[in-house]
Design a protein around this ligand. Structure first.
Ligand SMILES: Nc1c(C(=O)O)ncn1[C@@H]1O[C@H](COP(=O)(O)O)[C@@H](O)[C@H]1O
Length: 161
């Protein structure tokens, strides 16, 4: 059974969204990745969001660029937590994506990350943190990951000496 659903408005978002998938892989979290669009496939989007919890998903990560309606629309259709990743658009560098994902009206939250690859990576880690609340294995792997970041910074400091 898959635990995290990664969805995106277009396959052109995958080079960014794959960083979320890579982080989930690092924590041994099972995920599925699909292209679903609020604009281009509205009926599929409703079916995906309405069926997600019953299929066993625990968290949804939704990436979209430009007029990025997908994360908010999906959040309005499920009780699962939705993490939105603003994709870096060509015309406005992702500021359009960021503002349309982050500025949700009160009542329908989307946990919005930074624009682009760092955001996708953090979406994977945030999903792991949500799951770690009730999963000791993921909790341990998160602690090891945090330690690896500390070790990296220590190595940087040693290089400067
Ligand atoms: N923002 C959305 C939605 C949506 O929100 O439903 N569907 C597609 N898109 C976005 O359109 C951009 C351009 O898509 P194409 O590269 O396919 O033209 C992508 O970043 C996608 O996320």
């Amino acid at each position: 059974m898959m635990t995290v659903g990664i969805i995106m408005g277009s396959s052109s978002d995958w080079p960014t969204m794959k960083l979320a998938a890579e982080m989930l892989g690092e924590f041994d979290i099972k995920y599925e990745a699909e292209v679903v669009s609020a604009h281009r496939t509205p009926k599929e989007m409703v079916a995906y969001a309405e069926g997600a919890q019953q299929r066993g998903l625990k968290v949804i990560i939704a990436g979209a660029g430009g007029a990025a309606h997908l994360p908010g629309m999906v959040a309005s259709l499920t009780n699962l937590p939705v993490i939105g990743v603003p994709i870096e658009s060509k015309a406005l560098k992702g500021l359009d994506s960021l503002l349309s994902i982050v500025q949700m009206p009160g009542g329908i939250p989307v946990a919005t990350t930074a624009i682009g690859e760092a955001g996708a990576k953090n979406a994977g880690i945030l999903a792991a943190k949500m799951l770690a609340i009730s999963d000791e294995d993921i909790d341990l792997k998160l602690s090891q990951y945090t330690q690896s970041l500390e070790d990296k910074v220590e190595a940087m400091q040693n290089d400067l000496k």
